[in-house]
Design a protein around this ligand. Structure first.
Ligand code: PSU
Ligand code: MN
Length: 308
């Protein structure tokens, strides 16, 4: 593997990739911008533990002192979680963060970029970015990354704060299959329902790994987006969360918040407005996605070994 000097693989991840062991990439904007301290660190550790329990090696990706780290040793993870002004790093932001030796959390798009370079094929996150409701020109780079990165991405749908129909249309345009894991409906992050269809439904991790192989063997280069509904016990019905989202979005507009700051603002405000329920749902769905991603990675590694 020929990686530029700005990359640093942890020993564990480097070894796993050399041996073709199952590995799962994990994003870090959720640590730096998505969740409050100290839940962010607790969650990051739990996600790694769940991936390990599932028989895969976790590779949390982030920037520390201008290095793109793939796999964070516990000390580095603690540093990232306690960082006071971390940058939110999407694909366009890497070079700036590298030359300024900054620290930051990688978004879905940023994480996919680094994971792809390192050779990791399965990635777990909470919710992907998409097209914002109030400003249709605010289109997350996550969608472009899904269009041009061959990777299995496990999420709980797109963040409910987005324009979901428009986001799904964009994914269709960009040839990104949206696979419902045990569901025919596109989940809406905090809620299990959205009224919107997925492009195919698959009910096992093995079937998802097989699907990805067929998709890429055809020569397509887009991601396979797996949508895994939030666990029933933590789900918030759409009728309950929608008014809160509408209110938080209005507040963001009134406060003149835009660009990269929109998502963190809305997530934080929703936690307040829901009395912490949205945070509980967010944590539960992240762990749920890490579990499924590990299972998919195990099947993916086995399939690849059989295939070669
Ligand atoms: N979903 C969450 N919490 C988050 C994010 C998504 O529950 O913090 C992050 C992801 O890293 C995603 C990013 O890539 O928000 C999207 O930001 P933007 O809309 O600025 O592209
Ligand atoms: Mn945006």
């Amino acid at each position: 593997m020929n990686l530029p000097a700005s990359f640093a693989l942890s020993e564990e991840v480097g070894r796993a990739l050399n041996l073709g062991l199952p590995s799962v990439a994990l994003e870090s904007t959720v640590i730096t911008h998505g969740l409050p301290h100290p839940q962010n660190l607790e969650l990051a550790r739990q996600m790694e533990a769940i991936v390990r329990q599932g028989g895969a090696v976790p590779a949390t990706i982030a920037l520390l002192d201008g290095k793109i780290r793939v796999g964070l040793d516990p000390g580095l993870l603690d540093r990232l979680g306690a960082e006071s002004h971390p940058r939110k790093i999407s694909r366009r932001d890497f070079a700036a963060a590298i030359i300024k030796k900054e620290c930051g959390g990688t978004t879905v798009a940023g994480t996919m970029f680094a994971a792809q370079r390192a050779g990791i094929k399965v990635f777990a996150t909470g919710g992907i970015g998409g097209i914002h409701r109030e400003s249709p020109f605010d289109i997350s780079t996550d969608l472009q990354a899904l269009a041009d990165t061959p990777m299995i991405v496990v999420c709980a749908g797109a963040k409910a704060i987005l324009d979901l129909p428009a986001t799904l249309e964009y994914l269709e345009t960009m040839a990104v299959p949206v696979i419902g894991y045990g569901t025919d409906e596109f989940p809406a992050f905090y809620s299990r329902e959205s009224g919107l269809p997925v492009s195919a439904r698959l009910d096992s991790a093995q079937a998802i790994a097989e699907f990805a192989q067929v998709h890429w063997e055809l020569g397509l280069r887009s991601a396979v987006l797996v949508v895994n509904p939030v666990p029933i016990t933590e789900a918030i019905p759409r009728s309950e969360i929608e008014p809160l989202i509408a209110r938080a979005s209005r507040e963001a507009q009134e406060a003149g918040i835009h660009g990269q700051a929109v998502t963190p603002f809305l997530l934080k405000r929703l936690t307040e407005l829901s009395g912490g329920r949205s945070l509980q749902a967010n944590l539960a769905l992240l762990l749920n996605n890490a579990r499924l991603a590990a299972e998919i990675a195990v099947h993916w590694a086995k399939q690849k070994a059989d295939y070669v």
